[in-house]
Design a protein around this ligand. Sequence first.
Ligand code: HEC
Length: 282
Amino acid sequence: MFTGATLRQLARRASASSSRGKTLAGTLAGVTAASVAVADEAEHGLALPAYAWPHDGAFRAYDHASVRRGHQVYAQVCAACHSLNLICYRNLVGVAYTEAEAKELAEEVEVMDGPDDSGEMFERPGKLSDGIPGPYANEEAARFANNGAYPPDLSLITKARHDGLNYVFALLLGYREPPAGVEVPDGMYYNPYFPGGFIAMPKMLVDGGVEYEDGTPATETQMAKDVTTFLAWAAEPEMDDRKLMGAKWIFALSLVCVQAVYYKRWAWSHLKSRKLVVDAVR
Ligand code: HEC
């Protein structure tokens, strides 16, 4: 594959540079470092661009309008294959939806409950305390429907992958034509950000794929950004509270620190300002 070709190129470049008088050790080190980088790319996928997420930084909260739009993308696109097991409808209240809106969303799904007094299971409309239902009954059904590949649960995906936000965003937008000479296996799609380059998930986002209720133009990039923000929230719903609490503690502790320094100077002042005189004559 192209990895081999690139390695050969590197080796050629390396031998060219050694003829220009570099030491053998230096060349070897160069080749090793370069082949590590190439092997790394094949193993871990293309290096990720770093995007400036609006909620990066100690004093930044999630963009909640984006979380709401992202939930819409998840529900209308991703939920066809991916579950979100760790999130309940009540988690969305005050984050992306009002309580009434979240109740309405929950009631749209049928939930198996029971047993009732006669020992029968029954179906009822969802409640706020219900989890968001996954598309498949179990992993086997999921694999069966997806050519053997397993669409992972997305609750913690931004934590489960290195540099998760940038990864999910780049992955969703990373579909492209394979380079010349690269054969894409049947049922796979070329995506250089996915480790190995072939992913079983087809390209899912196309311009206008959803119709945002707030009127934001649903471009491919916008949807990718919104759904990634939503997944970031799903993996770390406590982030806003945590940062707020952190800011409060840092403020309070810095007052305590000022007091402590003042108190220490006050308590030691009679020792620090004492003058000892040795009177050797008397
Ligand atoms: C048609 C079914 C389908 C839909 C719809 C779908 N996916 Fe996937 N997704 C898959 C499959 C299958 C895999 C496993 C790919 C593999 O292992 O090759 C996957 C894998 C992933 C992964 C994990 C990649 C990794 O590093 O393991 C992420 C993240 C992901 N999907 C995000 C999304 C998002 C976000 C959406 C909605 C915009 C979405 N998917 C919609 C089928 C789907």
